[in-house]
Design a protein around this ligand. Structure first.
Ligand code: HSX
Length: 227
């Protein structure tokens, strides 16, 4: 099909490989073109992966980029964060043939250890739980989520993984909202050793047409939904 050949030519020419891929290059722009940002919960540039989930070719590109980035890394398991990390982690884990585990919001899963409550700047407090036995000493864990904002969610994950003497290879996400300085928060909490990698630069995201003028922005802000 036309879309299929667009995909293979993007993969071949622009590259999804670790060396060729850049967060503002043609592949990133193709993904960004179907995943606009919109104002949400007081954050001007929120972002949602729903756009590429309904576009199988864009979703395939996302997975391909992740697979290429981590295929030669020394990783023992992949950890997805509640909830969108549950969408991105499994296809990667299957492709790399690595175990996958979930860190869930507190109260959702049996036989867990729950970490300290953490604050998200725009969404109140939360806590994450890790399944007992998910991480053993010396494990090399790749953490994945959709969006890094304040880094509070990732920090909660990092602390749980390190509690069991796991090492975090990298925190992979689709977009990092750099102005909220998750990097600084990691450093301040003593996790300067943990890298963050974002697949797409926030600079290439475009405003959701629906969020533009025709529908009142109020409809998008503070809907009170858990996310
Ligand atoms: C949203 O907030 C995203 O899906 C992430 O899980 C999280 C990022 O916010 P933050 O903890 O970095 O501030 O639910």
């Amino acid at each position: 099909s036309c879309m299929g050949s667009q995909l293979s030519s993007l993969m071949a020419t622009a590259g999804t490989t670790r060396d060729a891929y850049t967060p503002d290059g043609p592949v990133a722009k193709r993904i960004a073109s179907v995943t606009p940002y919109f104002p949400f919960k007081g954050i001007p540039k929120f972002y949602d992966i729903g756009g590429f989930l309904k576009d199988p070719e864009a979703f395939a590109l996302v997975v391909e980029v992740l697979v290429e980035r981590y295929r030669n890394e020394d990783i023992t398991s992949i950890c997805g964060l509640d909830a969108r990390g549950f969408v991105l982690g499994p296809p990667l884990a299957l492709a790399l043939k690595k175990p996958f585990f979930m860190l869930r919001k507190k109260g959702k899963m049996p036989n867990v250890v729950t970490g300290e409550a953490y604050a998200k700047e725009y969404a109140g407090n939360d806590a994450l739980s890790i399944p007992r036995g998910a991480v053993s000493a010396g494990d090399k864990v790749l953490v994945i989520d959709d969006l890094v904002a304040t880094g509070g969610t990732l920090l909660a994950a990092i602390e749980l993984i390190k509690k069991f003497d796991g090492k975090i290879v990298e925190c992979a996400c689709v977009v990092e909202l750099k102005f909220l300085d998750a990097r600084g928060a990691f450093d301040k909490k003593g996790h300067g050793d943990v890298p963050i990698w974002a697949m797409m630069s926030e600079d290439i995201l475009t405003l959701d047409g629906l969020a533009d003028a025709s529908i009142p922005t109020d409809g998008y802000v503070d809907d009170g939904e858990a996310h």
